[in-house]
Design a protein around this ligand. Sequence first.
Ligand code: UD1
Length: 422
Amino acid sequence: MDKFLITGGRRLEGTVAVSGAKNAALPAMAAALLTDQTVMLHNVPRVRDISTMGRLLAHIQAEVEIPAAGDGAVRIRTEKISHAEAPYDLVRTMRASVLVLGPLVARSGYARVSLPGGCAIGARPVDLHIKALEQMGAQIGTEHGYIEARAPAGGLRGAHIVFEKITVTGTENVLMAAALASGKTVLENCAREPEVGDLAELLVKMGARIEGVGTATIRVEGAGHLGGAEHTVIPDRIETGTLVAAAAITGGNVRITRAEPAHIAAVIAKLSETGAAIDTFEPGTLCVQGSGQPAPADVTTQEYPGFPTDMQAQYMALATQADGTSVITETIFENRFLHASEMARMGADIAIEGRRAVVRGPSRLTGTAVMASDLRASAGLVLAALVAKGETVVDRVYHIDRGYERIEEKLSRLGAQIRRIS
Ligand code: UD1
C-alpha cells in the first residue's frame, strides 16, 4: 500500500494546472451507455475512480479506451448492452458506480446494480434514485444485496419527480434516464452542482432536450434515441479549492491555471475571509497569496452554490492554523469528521459536537503517522502535513488516488517536500 512522506514547513510557490473534474467525468462516462455510437471525452483525469468506471463499463460489454497518459481522449462505444450489471466488487470501491443504473434501465430495460453498502462518511443510501426511477415506471426490487430494475413494456416514461432531498448523483441518474425515456419529465429540487450542468451539456450534444439546468427545476423532453458526441469535461473545482487551501495554509504564492473560479465562489469567499488574497482577474486562473497568519472563520457545508462538503477536511486543516476559534458545521453527511482525530494526533485542538467541529488555533502541528479514511479526508491530512514540523507519513494513499491526479507531483513542483513510497 502506498504512503506519502511529507516534510512540512515549505511555502508553496509557482504555477499549477488543474485536472478535469472526476465527478463530472464519471457521469459523462455512464452517459455513454445511452447510445450505440461513440462518446469521446476530453480532459478526463487519470485517477482510480475513472479506471474503476472504465472497468465497470467494460463489464457491461462497452468498448472503453482510456489512453494511459496525457490528454488522449477517452472513447466509449456501447453497441449493445449484453450484461446490464454493476457487480459488488466495483460498487464497493466506488459508490458512484450507481450512476449506471439510470442509463441501463433506460437503454436496455433492465439493470442489476449492487447496493453500495456501508461507507466511511455515513449511510449514503440510494433510495431517492430508486424512487424516481419507479415513478418513471420501473419495477425495482432488492435481493441478495442487488438492486434489480426493470422498465415497463415500451420503456421508461416521463414523470413529475420531486426529490425529497438534494442529491447530486441522484439528479444525474434520473436526468440520464429521462433523456431517453418517452414523454416529458419534470425534476424538482435538483442538485445545481456544475457537474450536473456538465452532464446536461453532454446529453444535449447527444440529442437530448433539457431546460433549466443550474436551477432547481429541470425539464426534459425524452428523445427516445441519443447519438454520439464529443465533450470536454469541466475543471475539477474540488482540486482547485484544495490547491487554493494549500497555498493559503503554507502562506505561499501560487498561480492555479485551467480552473473555473466561478465554480468555487463560496470557497474563494471563505478563504478570503481568513486573509488569503485571491485574484481571479485572468480568465481560468486564480492567483493565491497566503496571509502568513490565517484568521478564524466559521463555515457550514451546503449544496452548491454553498461551501462544498468535499472541501470541509481541507478547510479544517487551515482552521487549525487560524488565530482563534472556527466552527465547522457539516450538514450534508453524517460522520464526515474522521480526519479530525488524525489531525488531533498531529497536535490540532478540535472538539466534535455532533455535526459541529470546534477548531481552536493556532496549533503547532507535528508530523506523525496518520491514516487516510476517505478521499477528501486524505487531502485534509496532506494539507496539515504541509505545515507540520518534521515528517508526516500519510497511509492508505489509495483513497487520495481515487480522485486527485498526481497530487504529489503537483505539490512537489510547487516546492512541497512530498514523496510516494510503495
Ligand atoms: C456527490 C459527490 C460527492 C459529494 C456529494 C455531496 C459524485 C460522484 N460524488 O455524491 O463527492 O460529496 O455529492 O456534494 O459526484 N441521500 C439520500 N438518499 C439518496 C441519495 C442521497 O438520503 O438516494 C443523502 C446522502 O446520504 C447525503 C445527501 O443525500 O446525506 C447528499 O448526497 P448526494 O448528493 O447524493 O451525494 P453523492 O451524489 O453520492
